[in-house]
Design a protein around this ligand. Structure first.
Ligand code: RFL
Ligand code: PHB
Length: 391
């Protein structure tokens, strides 16, 4: 079988790229390791930048997002009982939207298939070859048959544990990595959020985040040691700890049945270039950010936008110029997001560096409450700098 672009992975990066190429009449095939049901249920991110929402609308996959997404104009930063609101919309003219990643994935899969797209779930033994030549190949097993897909380009959208980055010969990539000593314990609960906007909480005992998925579902996170045993956290202890870390007078966390619980380690990672010959990496396959800045999914979608534009130009004019600049262009926003995610992480978590460091954090939080310039800087990074052809 042959196609123009072989896409490995049906997460936000692969699906967005598929939809963008499909719209421009460029042939592509998406190969996904997991079942449709699995990828549509996988609980992950929840916060979409305005750029992401705009792109989903351009792709005409934004109807349910409009109906069910929750638009937020600000976030709260809480510490020592005091709450500071960062008025994102007032400061930047931009908004963010709460809408689960699995809902984005569902909407994108529906649209891609409905428009006649080729998407194979539950493929195994995926391997890529000859991407440094003009005829890259993807081999895989589907059901019991061994298949081969001949392509002009391969898009490695297979996440942080995928095979595409690993297939790049040693010496080509420079990898930058930082591993944090803590992670996030996250729960989803059948409980109306006790807040209208997200609360990022600084506390002596560690960071806590109050997020949500809908008017009846809360998403909550606690900073825990990276190697924490989840068995140590029965629901009761989680609620108690959330109440302590987010404490403010006359307010309490709304409790309800917990239907999902997990611990995510935290890591910052970038590989450069995001390309090797005719293989292009996009999304988590090329970079990971700690979730404090809510950027991972938004970066994945942005990579797809830039890569699609470069592939379209190559197809239309036969020029590889933009394609050759893809990595350089994409990585600009990646580093901006790395810096912002690192800033938010360092502002709010117990980094284990003692009391001097914690006082600096409190001073930074106070500065945000006294300086519109400081608050605007946080707000424009959080909302996402406007999309551009070179950013
Ligand atoms: P994905 O979503 O991991 O998709 C990759 C897909 O590739 C498949 N795959 C393969 N397919 C074929 N062959 C192989 N050999 C394959 N190996 C893997 C996988 O099954 C999968 O379907 O990567 P993508 O598309 O780059 O998207 C990235 C985002 O998923 C990720 O950055 C975000 O979830 C990160 N993130 C957040 N991002 C935000 O923008 N806002 C948030 O609020 C936010 N919160 C979060 C997060 C991530 C979290 N966790 C669990 C890591 C909160 C958490 C807790
Ligand atoms: C989420 O709702 O899952 C979420 C929101 C904001 C973050 C991280 C995760 O910074």
């Amino acid at each position: 079988m042959r196609t123009q672009v072989g896409i490995v992975g049906a997460g936000p990066a692969g699906l967005t790229l598929g939809l963008l190429l499909q719209r421009e009449g460029i042939e592509c095939v998406i190969l996904e390791l997991r079942s449709r049901d699995y990828v549509e249920r996988r609980v992950r991110a929840g916060l979409l930048e305005q750029n992401t929402v705009d792109l989903l609308h351009q792709l005409e996959v934004g109807d349910r997002l409009d109906r069910e997404g929750l638009q937020h104009d600000g976030i709260y930063l809480r510490r020592q009982g005091e709450t500071l609101r960062i008025a994102i919309h007032e400061l930047t003219g931009r908004r963010v939207t709460i809408y689960g990643q699995q809902e984005v994935v569902k909407d994108e899969i529906d649209a891609f298939l409905e428009r006649g797209g080729e998407l194979r779930f539950e493929v195994s033994d995926v391997a890529i070859a000859d991407f440094d030549s003009g005829r890259p190949r993807i081999s895989y097993v589907s059901g019991s048959s061994e298949e081969e897909l001949e392509c002009e380009f391969i898009a490695g959208c297979d996440g942080s544990h995928g095979i595409c980055r690993q297939a790049i010969p040693e010496g080509v990539l420079t990898e930058h990595e930082y591993v944090y000593e803590f992670g996030w314990l996250g729960i989803l609960a059948e409980a109306a959020p006790a807040t209208d906007e997200l609360i990022y909480g600084w506390h002596e005992r560690g960071f806590a985040l109050y997020s949500m998925r809908s008017p009846s579902v809360s998403r909550l996170y606690l900073q825990v040691p990276a190697d924490e045993d989840i068995e140590l956290w029965p629901d009761e202890r989680i609620w108690e700890e959330l109440q302590t870390r987010l404490e403010t007078e006359g307010w309490s966390v709304n409790q309800g049945p917990v239907f999902e619980k997990g611990i995510t380690p935290m890591r910052s990672f970038v590989c450069e270039p995001m390309q090797c010959g005719n293989l292009f990496l996009a999304g988590d396959a090329a970079h990971i950010v700690p979730p404090t800045g809510a950027k991972g999914l938004n970066l994945a979608v942005n990579d797809a936008r830039l890569l699609a534009a470069a592939l379209v130009e190559c197809q239309r004019d036969g020029s590889r110029e933009r394609l050759n600049r893809y990595s350089q262009t994409a990585v600009r926003r990646v580093w901006r997001a790395q810096d912002f995610s690192n800033y938010m992480t360092q502002l709010l978590h117990d980094l284990g560096r003692g009391r001097f460091d914690r006082q600096l954090q409190l001073s930074r939080l106070e500065y945000l409450s006294r300086s519109e310039a400081a608050a605007t800087s946080l707000a424009e990074n959080y909302a996402g700098l406007p999309a551009a052809p070179d950013f």
